[in-house]
Design a protein around this ligand. Structure first.
Ligand SMILES: Cc1cc2nc3c(=O)[nH]c(=O)nc-3n(C[C@H](O)[C@H](O)[C@H](O)COP(=O)(O)OP(=O)(O)OC[C@H]3O[C@@H](n4cnc5c(N)ncnc54)[C@H](O)[C@@H]3O)c2cc1C
Length: 396
């Protein structure tokens, strides 16, 4: 019996997909569906769930081959939260029925997903959340408010963490649901950002209903499920594969050339940033290679921290290079509700403004440092005085 290498298996599956469904003659949604069925959506997922059970690092090879062949990857940018966070959570904790129901339309972007974790009183300390879900027969009734919910305005499904038992310590009384946003008890209101756009929203739940069959994991075990989403979020943000010299640093270099700048100090600064960007890229790519199946570890948090701070530094430097022009926002400040998150970089100035959110979204830099200190360096943990108190007794 001959065994073929994982690489050959991936390449053959890509060849077959491209020859049976040429991207230039296949409608996008059909192509993405076929990509899912071929196991090339998330190659590390099991067969039947959009994968081939191989190492996740092969996905980059697949995506770049499909991109070169002209296949659109708009499904990923339009459903960035579903693709990077919802899918791994469903794949890890979902039942067979749930995986069958949700993964394919999520990948084809026929159903967009958002993440309903943060609340006005629970961001960094998301386990303190107050949105309640109360059981009513085969359903749960949800009341409460979420905030900063990226792409809620385009979403069909929200990953909701809700309090189902207020009488136990905060981490233990949470349950994880996938809630259909297409119902009268769910109201989405836009929140405008510094760029003028409203990528994110508030969501109000008023007697919204969710079947018990749409619960991920056990009742009271929602924190463990939520950690899968959060760890994948940091990986999705911090370990995005960029080409050498790509991303924000490419813009800085472009400005340097366009303006024919020739200043020793500025050249030095630009080179330092380029080197730091390359270090971040190589570290990210090494961490990606090491990433195996299951829930990623704290490596995602360290990459997220580095990427967020560096992106802010580079975009600062880029507008500095532009001089007075850097202070103007071309196209003004129109209120738009974009179809994709974080990609509205129509100008360098807008890129600078959008980058301010990098050290907040997906967990703040301070929280990433806490994780790095405690989980990577083994430093003493922060005092957590409310850890063992019933949630109901924690002052708010
Ligand atoms: C662009 C963008 C998109 C987002 N999208 C989503 C989304 O789709 N879904 C979602 O659920 N949330 C989303 N968020 C929310 C994001 O996760 C929270 O903003 C973030 O976790 C911080 O919470 P907070 O805003 O409540 O700030 P707080 O937690 O109130 O923090 C305020 C400040 O205190 C610091 N701080 C808090 N606790 C500690 C501590 N223990 N040690 C040291 N410093 C601390 C923080 O670092 C911060 O500087 C998004 C945010 C942004 C900016």
């Amino acid at each position: 019996m001959t065994t073929i290498s994982a690489e050959t298996r991936v390449d053959e599956a890509v060849d077959r997909l491209l020859s049976d469904f040429p991207p230039d003659r296949t409608p996008d949604v059909e192509f993405w569906g076929e990509q899912f069925d071929a196991g090339l959506a998330w190659v590390h997922f099991p067969e039947g769930d959009g994968g081939l059970g191989l190492a996740p690092s092969f996905q980059r090879r697949i995506n770049s081959r499909l991109r070169e062949a002209g296949a659109s990857q708009d499904n990923i940018s339009r459903n960035v939260i579903g693709y990077g966070m919802g899918a791994p959570t469903v794949a890890t904790h979902g039942t067979e029925e749930q995986r069958q129901r949700w993964l394919r339309p999520l990948f084809t972007a026929e159903e967009i997903w958002c993440q309903g974790f943060s609340e006005p009183g629970a961001g960094s300390d998301v386990a303190g959340l107050a949105t309640r879900a109360v059981r009513d027969g085969d359903e749960w009734v949800v009341n409460g408010q979420k905030v900063w919910t990226t792409l809620a305005h385009t979403s069909r499904w929200v990953m909701l963490v809700a309090r189902t038992d207020p009488d136990v310590p905060k981490h233990r009384g949470i349950t994880y649901f996938i809630v259909d946003m297409d119902q009268p008890g769910v109201e989405v209101r836009p929140l405008r950002q510094i760029t003028g756009e409203a990528e994110f929203n508030e969501i109000y739940f008023t007697d919204a209903r969710v079947p018990d069959a749409y619960r991920l994991g056990d009742v009271g075990d929602g924190w463990r499920v939520a950690l899968t989403t959060l760890m994948n979020e940091r990986v999705a943000i911090g370990l995005t594969a960029l080409p050498r010299g790509g991303g924000a640093i490419a813009e800085a270099i472009e400005v340097w050339h366009e303006r024919q700048l020739d200043d020793d100090y500025l050249r030095d600064e630009l080179m330092k940033l380029w080197v730091e960007a390359e270090v971040a890229r190589l570290t990210g790519s090494r961490a990606n290679e090491l990433l195996q199946k299951g829930t990623p570890g704290p490596e995602g948090s360290t990459s997220k921290l580095h990427w967020a701070e560096l992106n802010k530094k580079i975009t600062n430097f880029t507008v500095d290079l532009m001089g007075a022009e850097g202070m103007l926002l071309p196209g003004g400040y129109p209120f738009v509700r974009p179809e994709a998150a974080g990609l509205g970089r129509v100008s360098r100035q807008r890129g600078f403004l959008r980058a301010r959110a990098n050290s907040i979204e997906g967990g703040t830099s301070e929280i990433m440092k806490n994780i790095l200190g405690e989980r990577v360096l083994g430093l003493p943990g922060e005092p957590r005085v409310d850890k063992d108190l019933p949630w109901r007794e924690i002052p708010r």
